[in-house]
Write a protein that binds this ligand. Structure first.
Ligand code: DSN
Length: 416
């Protein structure tokens, strides 16, 4: 008997998935944290591995039937270790936020002190922002960027660490367009006897591909999601030195999580295999080249960029001088077929739900094969819309023009 397909069982969900697939093909996706996972990654991540429970780690599980699961997780761990050049990898975190909570649980008790980059300056919620458990259950102190150039203020980091003597220091960002100075953070952490954790969720693909300096050798702990520039399935991981391996493993399981998502781990193994190929280095460099070219194109249209450009995969544009809020611009851009997110800029005078900026990233369009030559076109379309956020004729014109561009570039992982 042939089993009925998704369309036969649940046409409503099947149709929505099909529509989403078409949307991802038709639009220009500029959300800096998104990407297109390959068909191979998606196949592994949506496989029968979903049916298995496997609390524990390879060779030490609490359920039988683990021969294939152990082999998959061990392969994933070995590939990730090789890719990043680390001594230990835990590939079980369900995503970046649980990975970061596991780091807190491994080294701190409620009330212990941490230092991390504040959300409004480009940090992540889980680096101690007040509405997160990491800010509520721990005594978190937040550094920012300098008002003069919007770069991370290492003097402020050093001063905060000296004043509060935290057990844990976070570096890593979600909306910061410049290189992180891991060596400088490591020096501050070492002087204070603190653990340094680098959250490289946004840049892990760039680090793996050699397009951003690596925190390995500087950070005690490295956390990441697996689906951003790394182009894997949704998931998280924690990389450590051998010294901290046992503490991290214990914090992830049984500390924080139950059964690992074996399908995501298999998808990550495939993504690591892809990232170990020479072509991934080319991809990582192209992401940055594209971001720099898009930044130039926007600046040539007088769009103000935070820090005046980018070193990585993302651009933070401050639209104050264009007299449009980030939210209004993001909504207009989506109407024109360009999808990004509104974002606070440093020292923003507007509220986070309707801030002054937009965040723009090039991982997805680079996965489609777009190059520097296309960035000028995209930058000009964006500026056209930003300058006329209420002009539906402009939106329609851009939407029609860009369909010709997206049609030229197939998207990895999408059925065609
Ligand atoms: N949601 C991710 C991002 O967009 O940067 C961070 O968790």
């Amino acid at each position: 008997m042939t089993e009925p397909t998704l369309t036969q069982v649940d046409p409503e969900i099947a149709s929505l998935i099909q529509k989403e697939e078409q949307r991802q093909l038709d639009v220009i996706r500029l959300i800096a944290s998104e990407n297109y996972a390959s068909r191979a990654v998606t196949e592994a991540a949506a496989s029968v591995l979903n049916n298995k429970y496997s609390e524990g780690y390879p060779g030490k599980r609490y359920y039988q039937g683990q021969a294939n699961i152990d082999a998959i997780e061990s392969l994933c761990i070995e590939r990730i270790k090789k890719l990043f050049g680390v001594e230990h990898a835990n590939v079980q975190p369900y995503s970046g936020s649980p990975a970061n909570l596991a780091v807190h649980y491994a080294f701190l008790r409620p009330g212990d002190k941490t230092v991390g980059l504040g959300l409004p300056a480009g940090g992540h919620l889980t680096h101690g922002w007040k509405v997160s458990i990491t800010g509520d259950f721990f005594s978190a102190h937040q550094y920012g960027v300098r008002e003069s150039d919007h770069r991370i203020d290492m003097d402020q980091v050093a001063a905060l660490v000296k004043e509060h003597k935290p057990k844990l220091i976070w570096c890593g960002t979600t909306a910061y367009p410049r290189t992180i100075d891991f060596a400088a953070f490591a020096q501050i952490a070492r002087d204070a006897g603190a653990i340094l954790a680098a959250d490289i969720a946004h840049i892990s693909g760039l680090v793996a591909g050699g397009a951003h300096p690596s925190p390995v050798g500087f950070a005690d702990i490295i956390t990441s999601t697996t689906h951003k520039t790394l182009r894997g399935p949704r998931g998280g991981m924690i990389l450590t030195t051998a010294k901290h391996a046992a503490a991290i493993d214990k914090a992830v399981f049984p500390g924080l999580q139950g059964g690992p998502h074996n399908s995501a781990i298999a998808g990550l193994a495939v993504a690591a295999h892809e990232a170990l190929q020479p072509s991934f280095k080319v991809y990582a460099k192209q992401i940055v080249d594209n971001a720099k070219a898009l930044a130039e194109a926007l600046m040539s249209r007088d769009v103000t960029l935070v820090t005046g450009g980018t070193d990585n995969h993302l651009i933070l544009a401050d639209l104050t001088s264009k007299n449009v809020s980030g939210k209004k611009a993001a909504v207009a851009l989506e109407a024109a077929g360009i999808v990004c997110n509104y974002n606070s800029v440093p020292f923003d005078k507007r509220k986070p739900f309707d801030p002054s900026g937009i965040r723009i990233g090039t991982p997805s369009i680079t996965s489609r094969g777009m190059t520097v030559a296309d960035m000028k076109t995209i930058g000009n379309w964006m500026a056209d819309v930003i300058e006329a956020p209420e002009d539906t004729k402009v939106h329609e014109r851009v939407k029609t023009e860009l369909l010709a561009l997206t049609a030229k570039y197939p998207a990895p992982g999408l059925a065609r």
